[in-house]
Design a protein around this ligand. Structure first.
Ligand SMILES: [Mn+2]
Length: 335
């Protein structure tokens, strides 16, 4: 089993399930190989996989490759291109046959492919791995059911993107004694639990300035944090803003970085392109670069002073919306 570098919860859970199934079919030498490393969010999943389910997981750091002149079958899990395999990409040439279990739509063509369980409609690779294990008639222990449920929760962002099958499979996993609370815990990003991230989010809220635009109706937030900018931007969207732009001083670049997030339906309705309308003017003024798409991206502006860039950004907004933009002016609670 091979999966992508910085393996996430879905990648680890699905690879683990496929490896567990193949082992149960009587194949002795089965391993999950992961290039470069396992994402911090998926470390607990990897531990359960190896300790409770007895599946061998090997991580190959940069520039290292396992010693194997020939491998019978390689299964690529949750991986759409060779590049994602990093240092392990060379292994593919040593595989007599290749199989794929994946839910990504954009795929690279592979030689030697004998089996492709690929379905972009599926919520996750964990969902596909579950179907495979079930079809092979292998009993699913509760640890594996929990892992697969965590994979589904993680890739669907707790059922934000899902269809009837997703719920049906989740229900089946619960019937197979998956532990829902444990799966929730396993699928919660580590950073959400970190103190640093929580403090950054509190500062993000305390420091932010909110703008209200009438026709097109739009709520825009600016804030500044020292770290976790994307968390700050996502948080601002989650409390109701349509667009959030978060500034941070980048010491290494001696510049100011701006991360943005937007709600696609809101910006579409308002005919706004955050990058081109709000941030490109700053790059033209101060130098820098960056990009992104309609709903997410980041730019670097060649100025050290966050306040200067924030003021310029405020000006851009006022130029664009004129008298239709207002700052939310509320008194802080007096204590
Ligand atoms: Mn996935």
């Amino acid at each position: 089993m091979l999966t992508h570098s910085n393996a996430d919860v879905d990648a680890v859970a699905a690879s683990c399930a496929v490896a567990y199934a193949v082992k149960n079919l009587g194949v002795e030498d089965v391993k999950v190989l992961i290039p470069e490393g396992i994402s911090v969010d998926a470390r607990d999943c990897a531990k359960i996989c190896s300790e409770a389910l007895g599946v061998t997981i090997e991580v190959y750091r940069k520039n290292t490759v396992p010693m194997a002149s020939s491998i019978d079958v390689c299964v690529l899990v949750d991986t759409a291109t060779r590049v994602q395999l990093k240092n392990l990409a060379v292994l593919i040439d040593n595989c007599s046959a290749l199989a794929v279990v994946d839910h990504h739509a954009e795929r690279e063509e592979l030689e030697n492919l004998v089996l492709a369980i690929v379905s972009p409609e599926s919520s996750s690779s964990s969902e596909l791995a579950f179907k495979l294990v079930k079809a092979l008639g292998i009993e699913i222990p509760h640890e594996l059911a929990t892992l697969l449920l965590a994979g589904i929760l993680s890739d669907t962002r707790r059922f934000l993107r899902s269809n009837p099958t997703t719920f049906r499979i989740a229900a089946e996993l619960l019937e197979k004694s998956a532990d829902y609370n444990e799966a929730l815990k396993l699928s919660t990003p580590r950073t959400d639990l970190q103190r640093g991230s929580r403090i950054a989010k509190i500062k993000c809220i305390l420091r932010h300035v909110g703008f209200r635009v009438e026709s097109p109706e739009l709520l825009i937030a600016l804030s500044e944090v020292g770290a976790f900018e994307s968390h700050c931007a996502n948080l601002l969207l989650s409390i109701g803003y349509d667009v959030a732009m978060v500034l941070t001083e980048d010491d290494a670049l001696k510049a100011v970085r701006i991360v943005f997030r937007a709600k696609s339906d809101s910006v579409e309705r308002a005919g706004i392109d955050v990058y081109n309308d709000f941030l490109k003017p700053l790059i033209e003024k101060f130098g820098g670069g960056g990009g992104g798409h309609r709903v997410a991206g980041a730019v670097v502006v060649m100025r050290r002073d966050v306040d200067e860039v924030a003021k310029a950004l405020g000006q851009v907004l006022r130029m664009r919306f004129g008298s239709k933009i207002r700052v939310f002016a509320e008194e802080r609670v007096q204590v």
